[in-house]
Design a protein around this ligand. Structure first.
Ligand SMILES: NC(=O)c1ccc[n+]([C@@H]2O[C@H](COP(=O)([O-])OP(=O)(O)OC[C@H]3O[C@@H](n4cnc5c(N)ncnc54)[C@H](O)[C@@H]3O)[C@@H](O)[C@H]2O)c1
Length: 274
């Protein structure tokens, strides 16, 4: 489905981003994996600290697979590259995107997946600095990446942007004021860019995951996780591949008349389950 296409995934070192990268490659795309954490990069530890406890845990327990994932993709016969890229750093985002164009010849697909998920507290305990961080990474970061790829997609008259929202953004999330707000913002951005992109044959859509069994999810409070799982129609979490399959579909020509949608991959968590 995606032969000859070049895809860039943000936050691709683990979890959904890694699954997206592998699924895009399985569908035929060459894939560029970007993240603040990269196995061989000594600066990762410092960046893990800057972006919060979850990243620190993952960094210290070796849950960083950017280079390993690129090797798996090359073994499939596709081209792959890894770049350290902080989505909040506009200059770096622009540099990486320009390098991808130079080295891979094009940039067809952008999957905005990078996010911070570890700020869980009720309003009075929401931390001001983490509110700012979440807005910066999840919302402004998505905006930065869309803006950087836009001229290339416009010029080639073909582009696919898939943003990663969350049911927290569509339903709200108890103790997730900052996170839910950023994900609701991502949906507003998605719809606005869908309107602007259509004339250039650029589609902009969002996947809306529910409870997905990633490393990040597994670090969560087991009791809370159980309660959330029990709200799904299936009474089980989704797998990263469930989201990745939706990403591949939205990135493909099969979805050429679909733009501005928020596609739930949520096991029916938003339904009236009892
Ligand atoms: N896992 C779930 O249940 C779930 C549910 C709904 C939505 N989501 C969304 O799916 C996406 C992936 O979630 P996940 O569970 O794999 O989380 P995760 O924390 O494992 O992955 C996030 C990735 O983003 C990277 N990252 C963080 N800050 C960055 C920055 N400034 N620049 C570049 N990369 C950065 C991290 O290093 C990490 O590799 C996120 O957008 C998340 O909000 C996940």
């Amino acid at each position: 489905m995606l032969n000859g296409k070049v895809a860039l995934v943000t936050g691709g070192s683990r979890g959904l981003g890694r699954a997206d990268a592998l699924a895009l490659a399985r569908a035929g795309a060459d894939v560029v994996i970007t993240d603040i954490l990269v196995e061989s990069d000594a600066g990762s530890a410092v960046r893990a600290e800057k972006y919060g406890p979850l990243n620190q845990v993952m960094q210290s327990t070796g849950v960083v697979f950017a280079e390993q994932t690129a090797a798996e993709i090359r073994a499939m016969g596709r081209r792959a590259a890894v770049f350290k890229m902080d989505v909040t750093d506009r200059a770096e985002v622009r540099q990486v995107v320009a390098r991808v164009k130079e080295e891979f010849g094009a940039i067809h697909i952008l999957v905005n997946n990078a996010a911070t998920l570890d700020h869980v507290a009720q309003l009075e305990n929401q931390k001001d600095d983490l509110w700012e961080r979440d807005l910066l990474v999840n919302l402004t970061g998505t905006f930065n990446c869309c803006k950087a790829v836009w001229p290339y997609m416009k010029e080639q008259g073909w582009g696919r942007i898939v943003n990663t929202a969350s049911v927290a953004g569509t339903m709200g999330g108890f103790g997730q004021a900052s996170y839910a707000t950023t994900k609701a913002g991502v949906l507003g951005l998605t719809k606005s860019l869908a309107l602007e992109g259509a004339r250039y044959n650029i589609t902009v859509n969002a996947v809306v995951p529910g409870i997905i069994n990633t490393e990040a999810f597994r670090t969560g409070n087991p009791k809370m996780n159980e309660r959330m799982i029990n709200r799904t129609a299936f009474r089980r979490p989704g797998e990263p591949e469930d989201v990745a399959n939706a990403v591949v579909f939205l990135a493909s020509d099969n979805a050429k008349y679909i733009t501005g949608v928020a596609l739930n991959v949520s096991g029916g968590i938003e339904l009236f389950t009892f």
